[in-house]
Design a protein around this ligand. Structure first.
Ligand SMILES: Cc1ncc(COP(=O)(O)O)c(C=O)c1O
Length: 341
């Protein structure tokens, strides 16, 4: 029997229905603006987040990189939360491509408006200071254990950004999880942001793709940067069709991933050698701390039945997604009980 793969929500495989939608997609050359399925996905994505325009991209990383390129000047400062994907996992792209530096704000991934205000910087006459060119909020927060940004706290952040005339970008790789987790539409956050990127290839189950959304002017600039980065795709409708299918059929399923993540967390929290507040698990990601075994040893011990990843010197991460059902959850719990109990 294949192991239950909890390494990431990126490991899902397209369902037969999604593959059928991909096979049936009408396509054209999207670099010439002629792919009707890409256009349909972009229109639907823009509508979902309440922005004017959208751009289909190969990855969430490209979405964040283009956001920095399109919002910032070289030498600008970008304010992010602790453990931000853009700082840790985008291969140094912020510095290498957009020429920005980062200021890390707050603890645990998210930050308050007051903490943000203390980090914002404007240009000084002597030219010593790197002015803030962008504020980025990751929602949900991956290293923060799938934590949802509180919409009221986000509103206060957006007002601080407006007051300082600094654009606000959401790294919404798992924005759909945030929305499902609180039972609110994505506009609870996106209505107050200048741009947002969200992934189709994580919990939503598409094989490829992310969408960057914003104003018409921002997406025009983003379009040029996508080309510059080599992200112009031709008959991309076969991929966009998977994303459209996901937005039409998979959003409601995310609640099941969240329920299963919470159930695993509750089981783990009762095992010796595990430190975990299961009530803090809000979406599909479970990060727990080991007090005895090393993460590597635990990952090896459960490996025949479950695949999970070390996520720090004492941490392990398990991520639920649409290819793990209740039977997979039960097998995962049993494997952790055998290894730790
Ligand atoms: C919070 C966050 N942002 C961005 C990304 C990048 O997405 P991609 O893997 O499509 O480049 C990820 C990927 O896991 C992520 O977790």
């Amino acid at each position: 029997m294949a192991p239950v793969d909890l390494r990431s929500d990126t490991v899902t495989r397209p369902s037969p229905e999604m593959r059928a939608a991909m096979a049936a997609a009408e396509v054209g050359d999207d670099v010439f603006g002629e792919d009707p399925t890409v256009q349909a996905l972009e229109a639907r994505a823009a509508d979902w987040v309440g922005h004017d325009a959208a751009l289909f991209l190969p990855s969430g990383t490209m979405g964040n990189q283009i956001a920095m390129l399109a919002h910032c000047q070289r030498g600008d400062d970008v304010v992010v939360g602790e453990g931000a994907h853009s700082v840790l996992y985008e291969s140094g792209g912020g510095g290498a491509l957009a020429g920005v530096q980062f200021t890390v704000c707050g603890r645990g991934g998210h930050f308050s408006a007051d903490e943000l205000t203390a980090c914002l910087r404007s240009e000084d006459p002597s030219g010593h200071v790197a002015p803030t060119g962008l504020v980025m909020v990751e929602n949900t927060h991956n290293r923060g254990g799938g934590k949802i940004m509180d919409p009221e706290a986000f509103e206060a952040i957006s007002l601080a950004c407006q007051g300082a005339d600094v654009p606000l970008h959401i790294d919404g790789a798992r924005l759909a999880n945030a929305a499902a987790g609180l039972g609110v539409p994505p506009t609870a956050w996106t209505a107050r942001a200048d741009s947002v990127t969200f992934c189709l290839s994580k919990g939503l189950g598409a094989p490829v793709g992310s969408v960057l959304c914003g104003s018409e002017g921002f997406i025009r600039r983003a379009h040029r940067y996508r080309k510059m980065l080599g992200g112009g795709m031709r008959q991309a409708g076969v991929l966009a069709a998977a994303g459209l299918h996901a937005l039409e059929h998979h959003l409601d399923d995310l609640a099941h991933d969240h329920r299963r993540a919470r159930a695993l967390a509750e089981a783990l929290a009762g095992l010796p050698g595990v430190s975990l507040d299961s009530a803090a698990v809000q979406t599909n990601i479970v990060i727990f701390t080991l007090t005895g075994m090393t993460p590597q040893a635990l990952c090896a011990a459960v490996a025949p039945a479950v695949r999970v990843l070390p996520f720090g010197p004492q941490q392990v991460r398990a991520v639920f997604h649409r290819d793990v059902d209740d039977d997979g959850l039960a097998r995962a719990i049993a494997a952790f009980q055998r290894a730790l109990g």
